[in-house]
Each structure stands twice: as C-alpha cells, then as structure tokens.
Write a protein that binds this ligand. Structure first.
Ligand code: M6R
Length: 611
C-alpha cells in the first residue's frame, strides 16, 4: 500500500505533490509527508491524512522545483509523525519515500547499528536510506549507483524515489513488486504509484518493470537500467492526462458516485464485445481458444471483493462452459503447494492489478506451467502485465476503498467469458446463447431501474443503522452476493456482518437470531425460491428482522418480510447484478448515517500491496 509521488521540473513541486498525494490517499492515509529541494532539503511530515499535512505546512516556505511525497499505510511502526515518510539520512543530504516491505530489514538494521548508524523511526524503510548513504560515501559514487547497490541487498517489495541535496537536478526511482510509473511532460517528470497522481501536463509515461531503476534529470531524457546496471530501452507510451481527473460530480462521496456509475461502467465493459442481437466476440478468449477449450480445470485466484466475483464466475463457467472451476483465496493458494499442471488455466481477478497475494499466486501458477489470465481494471497494472493474456474490465477509476462498480464489471467480464467458452466448446445451444447475450445487453438499463429504489434503501438503512450485527443470506449464484453484501457493510460501517448460503443457517448461525438481528435475504432469484421463503419463515419464527431483496411485485415475501427492496424482474443470469445494487446502497446509507468515513474507512487501503 502507501502512495508515492515525485516531481522534477521548472515549476513549483509542492502543488503537484499535494494534489498527487490527495489522489493517492486511496492507498493509505495514516500519515503524509513531502521533501522539497531548494538549495537544502526540507522535510515536512504529519500523522493522519493529507489535509493534516496541508494544515501543518501552512505559512511555511514550500518553494522548490523538485520534491517527493508519500501517503502511508502503516506496516512497521504505528502511524506517527516519526514513522511518516520521507525518511532522511543523519547528514540530511538524502531523502527517500517507499511503498512495500523490506523483509530483511532486521538484519540490515542490526548491521547498520553496529557500524554506528542511529535510527529515528520504527520503519523498515529507514534502513534503505542509511544503506544508500553509506554505500555512496564508501564508494564515492553517483546516487543511482548507490541505489542500485543498496537494492541488491534488499529482500522484499519496493517502489522508491530518492533525492539528494548534492545532486539537486535528479530523482532516482526504482521498483520491485510495487507499482511505479514515470510520467513526462515538457522538461518535467512526474513519478507516482499510479497515473491518477500525474499532473495534467503529462503526455507520455513509462511503467517500470521489476528491479528497474529510472534516472530522471531535469533537462535530459529518462534513463532506465536494471539494478544490476544493464541499460534498458524505455518503452514510452502516449498518455491522456484527462483520464486522471478525479471529481465527485456532485455526489457526497466517491463510493456513491461509483454505485451510480454502474449502468455506464457495465456498458463500457460490454461495448465491442457483444451485440444487441445476441453475438459475442471476446478477443481475450478467442485468441487463446485452444488453451481454454483444453483446460482440465480453471483456478480463480483473488482476494476480497474480487474473490466474490470469482465465486460468481465459478457458477457461470461450470454452467455454460462445463469446465471444473476452483476459486481460491490468493493468500492461501500461494502457501499451500497447490497441484497445478500445464493443462490448467489460472485466472487472477483484481481491480487494482497490484494485490501482492494475487501476484504471488500467479507467480506460482506460472512456475508450474499453467496458462495465466488476468481480469484487471487498472490498465498497465502489474497483474495485467505478468499474465499471459487477459481482459480489462473497463470500469474506470474506482476511488472509494469499498469496491462497487469494479465488482459488477468483473462479473460482467466473467459472464461473457463463460458464454464465449460455452460457444467455442459447443456446451451452450445457439438459441440460448443468443438469449443470454441479449439479456446482458439489457443489463445497464435494468441496473438503472434498480438504482431508482435508492430512496427506500436509504429509509431502511436509517431504520437499521443502530444494529450491532447483520446476517446476509443467499443461495446459488446469489450466495457470493450475500458474502459481498456483508463485506461491504463491515468495511465501511464497522458493523459486524456475516454472509452465508441460506441453507447453512440452520447449521449454526440460526443460534444468533433474535429480535435484534437484521437478516438480509436475497430473494430475487426464482431458483430455489420456495426454499428461500422457508428460510425467511425460519428467521421470522425466531423474531429476527428480515430485509428482503425481491423481484418487483413479489407479494408473498412482501407480506412476510419486515422490509423489502424491489429490483426489476430478470433472468437468473442477471439476478446477482441486480441484488448487489441495493446491498451496496444499504451499506453506504448505514455508514453515512453513522458518520463514518465512507471513502476511506479506517485501517483499509484500496491497493493491498503487502501480504
Ligand atoms: O485490487 P483487488 O481487486 O485485487 O483487491 C482485492 C481486495 O483487497 C479488495 O477487493 C477489498 O476487499 C475491497 N476493499 C473490497 O471492497
């Protein structure tokens, strides 16, 4: 996690750094800091969000044409001014910011202490700046050489930017397993964890690869080498800086805006891949048709909300393409010596494309010869780049830490994949395929209708906001939606919530039900409808409070439940898309009513680049 940003050019660095940090706060918001170069190196850092830093520097001299900035998600050492980045050396001539974890920092720290170094923070990062300084002094070398030599000694993950008082016209950046992109304008450089932090003057970008170092000098072209000093020809891509504009567009929070954007984000994901008259053309699958058709097994690896999308994918791929699918938490998969062969296809699902566990799971899959496929939202992200092939979800920037539109876009891609595979393998009838694709084409309009029920959801959210626990129940393809509804509520409202397959309730969770327990039942699906009605009755018999997601005009459940939220009638295939909309809204309204920080909930970060 953590967001890093650097500027070098003809303009004042501070305004770019602070704006960049604001757009990177989704990566962590425990502390923020900047270092500015103007003859000397000045460092300002403060615990808490970027706005605390802004208040702290108010009235201070912030001039300088070069600078670096950091927003932190704490790993080593509590959130505090002391542990905030940038870190500097004892002599105050170098400053460094870091995203990642230096795994062998204990060993390096002991070594450095034995040679007289004094540490000021509890962070793993500080060892790196001491090491760079020591190497530079001992070898009388340039900053970039010292960075290369220091990084050769580091185990773990890093994206760093270093600046030196003695070499003020230069920024040195490097990465391994943490994202870093260098943006270029006219005689100016913007370096950041994400293109969202790039200023509006950037027109070209270079994504660094693992173990590469970029040397940016104010009047020269970018130079890239490996940390072993092998020169690399930079792959420079055109960049449209308008895409990085962040705006809530009148909504109170990014999360609400993103929930409302779903008709559009889903439409973007479908565009060019299906036609209204029922044709499907998913390039990512067609180009690798053989691998998918001959796959003995598909394994989906992911985390959090993306894992829930994977579970939906499992139902759909098994149903339409008749390939066995396993869905694994990437963090478990990577540590359990999984049985993978070159006949397997491993699909990684990730909004950010940077999740450390998912990346590590992919590495194992690759080592074992599997064909790897990425479903990512962030273009050019690490997962998108390390996989053999993939499909972008095209949901657009997702800023709210709680994932909403990225989830429905992941489900959209997985639905198209299942149908495309079924078509190639001949496991789905032509007529059925046409009908399913036509339904998919109607999905954005149905989502729009589901969003129109927001007023009721808001009222229900206000009514139940004081509950301490929630249970979410769903069956079949809507079971993962129950998990997702519970996760959404926990992460932004801090209310304890559990998702269960409805039939599992009687095997344990039913013991929790009393008049204080709201139970959210997903009941808009016709598969197992009668059984879901029985589950509702079981809850009611124990005085539980039922909030049911139902199809429009379902009078039976309307009479049974304490509260209902109606979603439009649709085929079974689309029910998870429609049931998740009120669940996203419900958690949003509850969290908002409780006065929580909806977009940046405590302890979380959008991009989990540590394991
Ligand atoms: O970027 P990814 O999709 O790989 O992220 C995975 C999870 O960290 C993420 O889905 C997390 O659970 C969200 N905060 C959920 O809203």
């Amino acid at each position: 996690m953590c967001g890093i940003v650097g500027y070098l050019g003809q303009n004042q660095a501070y305004p770019y750094l602070i704006e960049g940090l604001k757009s990177l706060e989704y990566r962590g918001y425990d502390s923020a800091g900047v270092a500015l170069m103007n003859g000397s190196l000045r460092v300002f850092k403060k615990q808490g969000k970027v706005r605390n830093l802004e208040a702290f520097v108010d009235g201070k001299n912030l001039s300088g044409n070069a600078g670096i900035g950091h927003t932190r998600w704490a790993t080593h050492g509590e959130p505090s001014d002391q542990n905030a980045h940038p870190h500097t050396t004892q002599k105050g001539s170098l400053a460094l910011i870091h995203n990642g974890i230096i795994e062998n920092y204990e060993t390096l720290r002991k070594e450095l202490i034995s040679r007289g170094h004094v540490f000021e923070s509890e962070t793993d990062t500080e060892v790196l700046i001491h090491l760079i300084e020591e190497i530079q002094i001992n070898n009388h070398c340039m900053l970039e050489k010292a960075v290369q030599l220091a990084l050769q000694r580091v185990e773990g993950a890093y994206a760093i930017i270093v600046m030196s008082k003695d070499d003020p016209e230069k920024l040195v950046a490097a990465r391994k397993s943490s994202p870093l992109v260098v943006g270029m304008g006219d005689n100016e450089y913007f370096i950041a964890s994400d293109t969202m932090a790039m200023g509006q003057h950037v027109n070209r970008v270079v994504y660094l690869d693992d173990e590469q170092i970029a040397i940016c000098r104010s009047t020269k072209e970018i130079e890239i080498k490996t940390i072993e000093d092998i020169p690399v020809t930079p792959y420079i891509e055109e960049f449209d800086s308008n895409l990085s504009i962040l705006d809530k567009q009148g909504f109170e929070h990014f999360m609400l805006k993103e929930i409302y954007e779903q008709p559009k984000s889903i439409r973007n994901g479908l565009r060019g891949r299906i036609t209204p008259d029922g044709e499907i053309h998913l390039k990512g699958i067609l180009e690798h048709a053989e691998r998918f058709c001959e796959a003995k097994r598909i394994i989906i690896v992911s985390c959090g909300t993306s894992w829930h999308a994977g579970l939906v994918g499992e139902y759909l791929i098994e149903k339409y393409a008749k390939v066995p699918v396993e869905v694994e938490y990437a963090s478990e998969f990577r540590y359990r010596d999984p049985l993978i062969t070159d006949e397997d296809v491993v699909i990684a699902i990730s909004q950010s494309g940077e999740t450390a566990d998912t990346l590590a799971a992919l590495e194992i899959a690759k080592e074992k010869g599997a064909f790897t496929f990425g479903i990512c939202n962030v273009v050019g992200s690490s997962i998108a780049r390390v996989t053999d092939a993939g499909i972008y979800t095209k949901a657009g920037n997702e800023i709210g830490v709680a994932s909403t539109k990225a989830f429905t876009s992941q489900m959209t891609v997985l639905t198209m994949m299942a149908l495309q595979m079924g078509k190639i393998k001949g496991t789905i009838e032509r007529a059925e395929l046409r009908d399913r694709v036509k339904e998919l084409d109607r999905l954005p309009d149905l989502i729009k209708q589901a969003l129109s029920g927001d007023k009721i959801t808001h009222l229900i959210g206000d009514l139940f906001a004081q509950a301490s626990n929630f249970l979410y129940l769903g069956r079949g393809v809507n079971f993962p939606i129950a998990l997702e509804g519970a996760l959404k509520l926990k992460e932004i409202s801090y209310i304890h919530a559990e998702g269960y397959p409805a039939a599992e309730m009687k095997h344990g969770p039913i013991a929790l039900i009393d008049e204080n327990m709201p139970v959210v039942v997903i009941a808009n699906s016709k598969e197992n409808y009668e059984k879901v009605v029985s589950n509702i009755q079981e809850v009611k018999a124990r005085n539980g409070k039922v909030i049911a997601i139902i199809e429009t005009d379902d009078r039976d459940i309307f009479k049974l439940a304490d509260a209902v939220i109606e979603v439009p009638k649709c085929s079974e295939l689309l029910t998870p898309f429609l049931s998740v909309i009120p669940l996203q809204l419900l958690s949003y309204h509850i969290a908002n009513k409780l006065g929580k920080d909806v977009d940046q909930p405590r302890n979380l970060a959008k991009s989990v680049t540590v394991e």
